[in-house]
Design a protein around this ligand. Sequence first.
Ligand SMILES: Cc1cc2nc3c(=O)[nH]c(=O)nc-3n(C[C@H](O)[C@H](O)[C@H](O)COP(=O)(O)O)c2cc1C
Length: 257
Amino acid sequence: MIKIFYFSGTGNSFWSAKKIGQGVGGDYELINIGDEAQKSEIIVEADAVVFVFPSYAYGLPIIVRRFAKSAVFKTSYLAAFVTFGTSPGGTLGALRRILKKKGIEKMYFGRIPAVENYLAIFGTQKEKKQKRRVSMQEKATEEAVRAVIEKRENKVCTCRVFSAFISRLFSLGVKIFYKSYRVGAHCTGCGVCEKICPVSAIAMKDGKPLFSNKCEHCQGCIDICPLRAIQFGRVKFGSPGYRHPDVTIAELSKTET
Ligand SMILES: Cc1cc2nc3c(=O)[nH]c(=O)nc-3n(C[C@H](O)[C@H](O)[C@H](O)COP(=O)(O)O)c2cc1C
């Protein structure tokens, strides 16, 4: 049995995680890190463990770091894949540092280019560029499948000082970012944002979403809101949001995954 742990705001990492599961063959389980990390004791027993998650500010999303640190892995092989929009910097090195301390010997680290989803900074990418990135993601995911089947091993540098600095700053920011989410008057209270939030940071109150400090700033709610009613600070999003073209809202919703 292969256990595939994913974290995904807009579906890129979920899509690659799903394809890796299907491509490797045999039994596999897809597990949302956001749900798993809630447990007080996490023991992961499997023939192989696979991580798939996005790069955030050249580093690990906070929930991925917390999960990797707190889980006990009873496995002989672990592979980790980062999806990213421009450069993942030291993301994989940060994970390797944590896992090395746990005594895992056989590890593989891979990079999967994907569509950039950080709309608050970069805006929505043009359709042509998105298509190019989706096709790059497909190729890199096929390579990831081969790496897991062959149980490849490699190493990544664990000493990326600049990345560690940027990632640390971002982590400090994330603790207060949730206070800057705004909901427009045109929000109908459909609750899609609550359902797709991978870390259950949104609760509906009086028909409107309320954001809590569990928010990872993944952009899922902003992008997936059908009315584009969620804003971050003063950033207004007029253009269509992004979601991986082959991932449905149902797949990202808590009840369906
Ligand atoms: C808060 C935030 C920070 C990000 N930082 C980086 C980064 O440092 N480098 C990069 O290449 N992409 C960065 N991205 C882009 C995502 O890593 C990329 O689009 C990823 O595939 C999204 O995966 P998902 O759809 O599974 O959430 C960032 C995205 C967000 C939302």
